[in-house]
Design a protein around this ligand. Sequence first.
Ligand SMILES: Cc1cc2nc3c(=O)[nH]c(=O)nc-3n(C[C@H](O)[C@H](O)[C@H](O)COP(=O)(O)O)c2cc1C
Length: 291
Amino acid sequence: MAELCGIELAHPVINASGTYDAIAARRVFGDALLEDFPFSAFVSKTITEEPRAGNAPRRIWETPSGMLNSIGLPNKGLAGFLAEDLPLLAELPVPLIVSAMASSREGFARLVEAVAAREEVAAIELNVSCPNVHSGLIVGEQPTETEALLRALRPLTAKPLIVKLTPNVADSAAVALAAEEGGADAVSLINTLKGGAIDPGSGEPALAAGHGGLSGPAVRPVALHQVRAVRAAVGVPLVGMGGIRCGADAAEFLAAGAAVVAVGTESFRDPRAGARVAAELEKARIRGVAA
Ligand SMILES: Cc1cc2nc3c(=O)[nH]c(=O)nc-3n(C[C@H](O)[C@H](O)[C@H](O)COP(=O)(O)O)c2cc1C
């Protein structure tokens, strides 16, 4: 068992936003997926107010021990999500966390109000790796912007607000502290690291967007360092992620101070990774008790 902001979880392994399409998985695996869902909570792909097509291809590029993506948040927008996806996600046998992003406080407020009003939603994750149209600053790169956003959103719902931190800052603990002071209930980290690659065939950037976000085992030491630093700075629970492939990797995050871990890129290789990581963690725990 595990717990996140008062939400009871069957085990401490959830999915990282945008890396597991539960609706597509159900189409492939049928209702067997519901009987044996790999994660103890489901975090949706980040939604925005308006529909987005995402970036032009190529949007994925493999790197040593990781991958770059510049998917660009394709999604149906708030209305499409509420009408089409939410009813299907509500059938999952685990609590639902909706990830949301906007380019203004008002936009975030509209998303939070609309999503929090739905009883199927247990918590909201705020993806703050985006520029504020008013200031031009990436919200999650600035403690002052992050705190102001949380102060604006906190009165809108009693449901847990989880702030997803970007690792692309000098001091993620300062941003986490600002989120906590603004009223966040939990912090999740890390989002992808900024990165790029050149296609050796063309000599041009491998991704059409020019650059992307690095994920997978290559980022794990960075993620672990940031989880430890954030743990030392804040009291709220942490969701740790970044390159988790197995129970031993997840155990590192728990030892570094995460209450719960999320599996992302590994689910592309093994769609059952969440369940496997949870089982490996449990085995290690039993061995630890027996030793
Ligand atoms: C293809 C892809 C899509 C992603 N989409 C989102 C997203 O919509 N929202 C978000 O907050 N993070 C998104 N992420 C970041 C992951 O949730 C996670 O923070 C990151 O990949 C690190 O974990 P990992 O190394 O286990 O993948 C995405 C990552 C990948 C690889």
